[in-house]
Design a protein around this ligand. Structure first.
Ligand SMILES: [Zn+2]
Length: 480
């Protein structure tokens, strides 16, 4: 008797809880059964392979709008291609508000661009200007559309929001039911250090790291947590670069604060010395926070095992190295201050985490699944994603754990002309990716059609509910 449209048979199924030999039965793009001896109209033989949830990358800058109406080089089509090659099937990308302008029109523009995606997607809304209209009306409208995460930058001109603006955003998120994600670095400290470095003639890419040492990130992380506690609003700290910062988060978690933490492969695999390459080459490794010293990575791996950091996303940056839209936007002689921060990684994230994490024994395969798929889906309310269970979307990656390869930019298949991971030897790689039960990548060849990705609206969920603990029991400010 044939029970399912498609069965992925005979693989080692890896979930966030464990692994077992088994089959997955799929009907209409949804997982219908997980078991043994399942039979389908079509069968994919997964023997010898790991069968895992497709990656969920909850921090991707894709085709991001700039204030002049242009975008990054990476489009939703090229980013989807790279994601599928790397085993990722869902991403959350960024809609931007520009200072002095409302959210609505730029969100509508961005939605139209995202309609070309092949991967499934949602958005974080960057808030740069928390005007009364934004706080009163536009955040409500976002949530009504199923966009339940707001992004705040505590540094960067012209994006940064001051503490009072941040409090207003936190309170609005609490009222309407959204998570707030935060880029934590001290704006004034970076500006002051940058001025001093440039005055001393220290302009090379490596001084990017000098302009924002660990305490600059640690202070802003502590402050973001304290202000979130004042408002009683759940937050996620983006791109934690080292264990010292994670310790601030661990302390808050221990006292019951709803704060979660993300790190990225660049902080686990790059160091500040990568920025000290000759000429402009170091710019390929510039991101914020900056990669830290050589011993930082082991501390971060320990924080992942401990659970302080429970999400690893790419912070994929969608612009290139050559040309005039990316790293050289201010010319090849530009000081570190004028070189855009960020590195691409949506295609490399899963391989880097598997090779550096699972193949080396730093984390288990189940921990890999949790930090790359299950936890990010749960934290951001992507309820059908990141799980191999009946009822979940059949977003699945088949992984050859022993396959060795070398990362090249060409293999990433993104629209960007470099990868900071060029030449790295990898153990383990995805050989097939399915999105909602359809094979979209086989042996590096992507077959999905543009426009087949879906926007995933997010409803209310438990993790973003306030804890109910408000200073002095005085909640009036939260409802203003
Ligand atoms: Zn980012």
């Amino acid at each position: 008797m044939i029970d399912y449209e498609l069965v992925i048979a005979g693989g080692t199924v890896v979930t966030g809880d464990g692994q077992f030999r088994g089959d997955i039965g799929i009907d209409a793009g949804v997982i219908a059964a997980v078991g043994t001896g399942l039979r389908g109209v079509a069968t994919i033989d997964a023997s010898g392979l790991l069968v895992m949830p497709g990656g969920v990358d909850t921090h991707c800058h894709v085709e991001q709008l700039r204030s002049d109406g242009t975008t990054d080089e990476e489009s939703f089509v090229t980013a989807s291609t790279s994601a599928f090659v790397g085993g990722t099937t869902t991403a959350i990308t960024f809609s931007t508000q520009f200072k002095g302008r409302p959210i609505g029109p730029s969100l509508a523009d961005y939605r139209a661009r995202a309609a070309h995606a092949m991967m499934d997607y949602s958005f974080h809304q960057i808030i740069t200007d928390p005007t009364d209209e934004v706080i009163r009306d536009e955040i409500r409208a976002l949530v009504a559309e199923g966009i339940r995460s707001l992004k705040v930058f505590l540094t960067y001109d012209p994006l940064h929001v001051d503490d009072r603006g941040f409090l207003r955003i936190l309170a609005a998120a609490r009222r309407h039911g959204a998570l707030v994600t935060v880029h934590c670095e001290n704006y004034a400290a970076i500006g002051w250090m940058t001025e001093a470095l440039l005055a001393a003639g220290l302009t090379a890419p490596k001084y990017h790291a000098w302009s924002r040492p660990v305490m600059v990130e640690r202070e802003a992380t502590y402050r973001a947590i304290a202000l979130a506690e004042l408002v009683d609003q759940p937050i996620q700290i983006f791109h934690v670069s080292c264990s010292e910062v994670a310790e601030e988060i661990a302390r808050a978690q221990a006292r019951g604060v709803k704060v979660w933490a993300e790190t990225c492969p660049q902080y686990l695999t790059l160091t500040e010395s990568d920025m000290d390459r000759p000429g402009f080459e170091g710019a390929k490794f510039m991101c914020s926070p900056a990669p830290r010293g050589t011993d930082a990575a082991e501390g971060l791996w320990a924080q992942i095992r401990r659970g302080t950091i429970d999400v690893v996303s790419s912070d994929h940056s969608g612009y290139g190295f050559e040309g005039t839209r990316g790293k050289r936007i201010a010319g090849a002689e530009a000081s570190f201050r004028d070189i855009p921060n960020g590195v691409p990684g949506v295609g490399a994230r899963m391989m880097l985490m598997f090779s550096e994490g699972v193949a080396t024994g730093r984390i288990t395969a189940s921990e890999f699944v949790r930090v790359t798929a299950t936890n990010p889906a749960r934290l951001f309310g992507l309820t059908g994603k990141g799980r191999l269970e009946p009822g979940a979307d059949a977003d699945i990656v088949l992984w050859d754990a022993g396959r060795r390869s070398i990362i090249t930019n060409a293999a990433m298949q993104h629209a960007i002309d470099y990868t900071p991971y060029e030449g790295r030897a990898m153990t383990g790689m995805p050989v097939m990716t399915l999105r909602r039960g359809v094979v979209v990548m086989r042996d590096g060849v992507v077959t999905a059609e543009p426009g087949t990705g879906r926007f995933i609206p997010r409803g209310p969920y438990d993790l973003i509910e306030p804890s109910g603990r408000v200073a002095n029991g005085f909640a009036a400010a939260l409802f203003a």
